[in-house]
Structure formats: structure tokens, C-alpha cells
Design a protein around this ligand. Structure first.
Ligand SMILES: *[C@@H]1O[C@H](CO)[C@@H](O)[C@H](O)[C@H]1NC(C)=O
Ligand SMILES: *[C@@H]1O[C@H](CO)[C@@H](O)[C@H](O)[C@H]1NC(C)=O
Ligand SMILES: *[C@@H]1O[C@H](CO)[C@@H](O)[C@H](O)[C@H]1NC(C)=O
Ligand SMILES: *[C@@H]1O[C@H](CO)[C@@H](O)[C@H](O)[C@H]1NC(C)=O
Length: 181
């Protein structure tokens, strides 16, 4: 919990001096302790990864541009290139109580069990999901893969445990080059 709290404190500090305007289309970059600041989020075999490049074990890897669709508060991903079987998948998290599962991409009508692609938003350029009770949650984790500097993105629901190798990250629209801190 200390983790989440410090992340929130940081959020409010940064939100106060946010310089970037929220645009409707954006990329997401990961920030957290012990990871290279601003590594980019991309699509890898329908799961979300962050890293300097795609892991070699995924068959299909593309960068994605996200659009915030305000009707259902979805983050739709437009691939930089083509994807087999899907044109604009939605980012989803598993909101099942106690789950700590990978964040992925799927069509709204083809969500995996527990997958929720609605309730996303940006707060000063920080990606969040609204909890059932309406509070802002930013419980993204970076879970190391077996390739250095490449992480699977996960969502840890409250009450779930995480492996010691998994680190809390925030996903932001601010790229490292635009970082002015
Ligand atoms: C945002 O992305 C959508 C989907 O690719 C595209 O239709 C739209 O033109 C883009 N908007 C801007 C402002 O680039
Ligand atoms: C995403 O874009 C970056 C910068 O252009 C590039 O280095 C990287 O290889 C791309 N990743 C994928 C998965 O195509
Ligand atoms: C997804 O999360 C939003 C925000 O908490 C909630 O309103 C919605 O009911 C959830 N959908 C599903 C299918 O759990
Ligand atoms: C690395 O992890 C991926 C995904 O779990 C797996 O498919 C692959 O076989 C692993 N590679 C090695 C060298 O262990």
C-alpha cells in the first residue's frame, strides 16, 4: 500500500506542473523505480509489453497509438502496421478481485474472462482505471520477461499479491525526451 500511496503523492506533485496538453491520440510510456524511464508500451501477441524493443518470443509485435474514446472511456489501440484479425483492439485489464494478470488488447466483443476495457482515463497525462467505487486506480506493474529490459505489463487488483520481481509503474503520455523534470 505504501507503494500506491507514494505513487499517488507523486501524481499530485507532477499533475500540478504538468506541461503537456492531453491530446486525443497518444503513446504510453512506463515510469517506475528500477526500470529505464519512459520505455514505450507496445502490442505483443495481444498482450501489453514495455521495453526498448519487442521480445523475440512474440510472433506479432507492433507499436500502437492510443485514442481515448470518451463514450465508454476506452483506450483503443491503432497499430503502427497491421495486425492479424483485429483492426483497433481495446486495452483491457483483469478487474477480478484478487487478480494480478497481464494487461492485453482485445476487441470489445471478444474480451477474455474478467477483462474490462471500459473505465480508463487520463489524469494530467497519467493513465488510470476507475475502481468500482469511483476512485482512481493506477495499479500497473512491470513483470520482467526472460529478456533483459523487456517487461510484461500487468494490473494488480487490490488484495492481490505481486512477485518481488514485479515493480509498480505508471503509464504516462509523456515521452522521456519531453520530460522536463
Ligand atoms: C486519432 O486516431 C484515430 C484512429 O487512428 C484517427 O482516426 C484520428 O484521425 C486520429 N486523430 C488525430 C487528431 O490524429
Ligand atoms: C516502436 O518504435 C520504436 C521507435 O521508432 C522502434 O525502435 C521499435 O522497434 C518499435 N517497436 C516495435 C514493436 O515495432
Ligand atoms: C469496468 O470498470 C468500470 C469502471 O470501474 C465499471 O464501471 C464497469 O462496470 C466494469 N466492467 C466490467 C465488465 O467489469
Ligand atoms: C521466454 O519466455 C517466453 C514467454 O514465457 C517463452 O515462450 C520462451 O520460451 C522463453 N525463452 C527462454 C529462452 O526461456
Amino acid at each position: 500500500m505504501v507503494f500506491e500511496r507514494s505513487l499517488l503523492a507523486l501524481l499530485f506533485v507532477c499533475a500540478n506542473k504538468a506541461v503537456t496538453a492531453q491530446s486525443s491520440n497518444f503513446s504510453l510510456y512506463a515510469y517506475g523505480t528500477d526500470i529505464t524511464p519512459g520505455i514505450r508500451l507496445f502490442f505483443g501477441d495481444s498482450l501489453a509489453y514495455v521495453g526498448h524493443s519487442a521480445p523475440t518470443f512474440v510472433k506479432e509485435a507492433v507499436n500502437v497509438t492510443m485514442s481515448h474514446i470518451t463514450t465508454d472511456n476506452q483506450f483503443l489501440a491503432t497499430p503502427d502496421g497491421t495486425l492479424a484479425g483485429v483492426t483497433q483492439p481495446a486495452l483491457y485489464i483483469d478487474t477480478t478481485e484478487g487478480a494480478n494478470n497481464p494487461v492485453g488488447f482485445a476487441s470489445t466483443d471478444d474480451m477474455p474472462t474478467g477483462g474490462n476495457d471500459t473505465g480508463f482515463g487520463l489524469y494530467g497525462g497519467w493513465a488510470y482505471h476507475l475502481d468500482n467505487d469511483g476512485t482512481i486506480a493506477m495499479n500497473f506493474l512491470a513483470s520482467p520477461t526472460n529478456e533483459t529490459g523487456i517487461y510484461l505489463v500487468k494490473w494488480k487488483t487490490s488484495g492481490a499479491t505481486k512477485a518481488s520481481s514485479e515493480v509498480a509503474i505508471s503509464l504516462r503520455t509523456v515521452s522521456p525526451v519531453a520530460e522536463t523534470l
